[in-house]
Design a protein around this ligand. Structure first.
Ligand code: DUC
Ligand code: ZN
Ligand code: ZN
Length: 469
């Protein structure tokens, strides 16, 4: 008699965003077809007795192989980036297809498909980055691409080659409203940053730690308020991404109290790093933690932890932006130590996002296991039109499962599978790591070996958001 399932994961302690329960998980054709006790045998069997099983991570914000002016180049492409994600328990990612100014969105999308095809080992969608919202882009291309499953786009209020002015932001948000898409906003005030940067450089203050001085909380607070005001004016929900501290959190709470539908994302760097990690003196190693917005102080970290626990944050993403340190294309190119405005912004975090939050969030008692699932998997899937195929353990969902191993280990960069030459979390004690990651029922990581073939990852045509704040 043939087996009823391709795979049965037995005796799992399953956690979803709403419930924790014991069951077997029956998988056929990569999909969960049954949850029950004492399921019939499967072609293959995994015993998860004593282990927590969660849906795999959905990382709603990461950058892979993104086009950047040379000599800077991202260390991770879709091969190493998706491998790293899988080994850290994430099997769905939404990186970016970034439009260059003057380029059509269609050409950007085609280019990023080329970069992903044959290389991605886990499933992926694309957010668009809109840098040039010309009338044809807003009125023709955006609606077409939304209909084809690119249902979200990021806009920037800073970075010269990316930023939009206020009027352009309104045009893009209005298009999002008309077609039901989601706008992600990078909220930092560009002119304030430019002015502060100039005065720091004039004073000869060039070390990595001045990156944080040039982007104080105020510049994020102001831009967050402005983005929220535009969302109110246009009457459309937006996501404020990579929220770093109290003053931005206050703006989000203020907006919600006014009935404005604002979603909020934070990232591990605002929980686990602080401004001191950019160097307490002029040590250049601080460049490893240069990202924008910058990590803040311990008081702000506490506010971010509270926001994770109390529902302020909708999602926790990595904002993986992989630049090696000692690398001609990285942060210390050919041994040179550029002044802070020229250090590539971003840190790696695809692989460490889930284990760090499981350890310091769930096991340290700061958030529940169900909230962990909500923040890392279910809510990003809902926000970006992937639920219930992704982001949950339910009949009909893809069998994307993490079987957790709650053994203690010390994190070192050589344990990781990215192509970056460092992790900002080197030496941290972790109390959990994926003992096994399954993507559509296939074991892609068994706790020791990564085994997925390049190119098995599928492009996800996403639906519209299915979540309300
Ligand atoms: N800031 C961004 O806006 N994107 C990538 C990384 C970073 O630090
Ligand atoms: Zn950003
Ligand atoms: Zn980013």
């Amino acid at each position: 008699m043939s087996a009823s399932f391709d795979l049965v994961v037995r005796n799992a302690r399953i956690a979803t965003a709403s419930d924790t329960f014991h069951a077997d998980i029956g998988v056929k054709g990569g999909v969960i077809t049954q949850l029950g006790i004492g399921l019939p045998r499967g072609e293959s069997e995994i015993d998860a007795r004593g282990r927590v099983v969660t849906p795999c991570g959905v990382d709603g914000h990461c950058h892979l192989d993104q086009v950047i002016p040379p000599p800077v180049r991202m260390a991770d492409d879709f091969l190493s980036g998706t491998r790293s994600a899988a080994c850290g328990g994430t099997t769905t990612i939404i990186p970016f297809a970034a439009q260059q100014k003057g380029e059509s969105l269609r050409s950007a999308v085609n280019e990023y498909h080329r970069r992903a095809e044959g290389r991605a080992s886990i499933d992926y969608g694309f957010h668009l980055i809109v840098t040039d919202p010309a009338p044809d882009v807003v009125n023709r291309e955006l609606p077409q691409l939304i209909a084809e499953g690119y249902t979200s786009f990021k806009i920037y209020m800073t970075y010269d080659d990316l930023r939009l002015n206020d009027r352009q932001m309104l045009e893009v948000m209005a298009a999002a409203r008309k077609h039901g898409a989601m706008t992600l906003v990078h909220a930092e005030n560009a002119d304030c940053i430019e002015w502060l940067t100039e005065s720091l450089l004039n004073a000869g203050l060039t070390a990595p730690r001045y990156h944080a001085t040039s982007r104080p909380m105020l510049v994020e607070r102001e831009a967050t308020h402005r983005a929220i005001s535009f969302a109110e004016l246009v009457d459309v929900p937006i996501v404020i991404v990579h929220v770093s501290g109290r003053e931005a959190v206050e703006q989000i709470q203020w907006a919600r109290n006014r009935g404005i539908n604002i979603f909020a994302e934070t990232c591990p760097q605002y929980l686990f790093l602080c401004a001191e990690d950019l160097g307490i003196d002029d040590d250049y190693h601080g460049a490893k933690c240069v990202c924008s917005p910058p990590p803040r102080d311990p008081a702000n970290q506490k506010v971010i932890w509270r926001g994770l626990a109390d529902g302020t944050f909708t999602i926790l993403s990595s904002d993986h932006a992989p630049f090696s340190f000692d690398d001609p294309h990285g942060k210390q190119p050919n041994g040179e130590q550029p002044a802070f405005p020229y250090i590539p912004n971003g840190i790696p975090g695809l692989e460490t996002r889930m284990p760090l939050l499981y350890t310091e969030g769930v096991l340290a008692g700061r958030i529940s296991l169900n909230r962990f699932v909500e923040l890392t998997s279910t809510n990003p899937a809902k926000l970006y039109g992937l639920h219930p195929k992704k982001g949950t353990i339910a009949i009909g969902a893809d069998a994307d499962l993490v079987i957790w191993d709650e053994a203690e280990r010390v994190l070192t960069n050589d344990m990781l599978h990215h192509a970056v030459d460092y992790t900002p979390y080197e030496g941290r004690r972790l109390r959990a790591w994926p003992g096994m990651t399954l993507s559509r029922g296939e074991v892609v990581w068994d706790g020791a070996t990564f085994s997925a073939t390049a190119g098995r990852g599928q492009f996800l045509r996403r639906g519209l958001p299915s979540i309300r704040q």
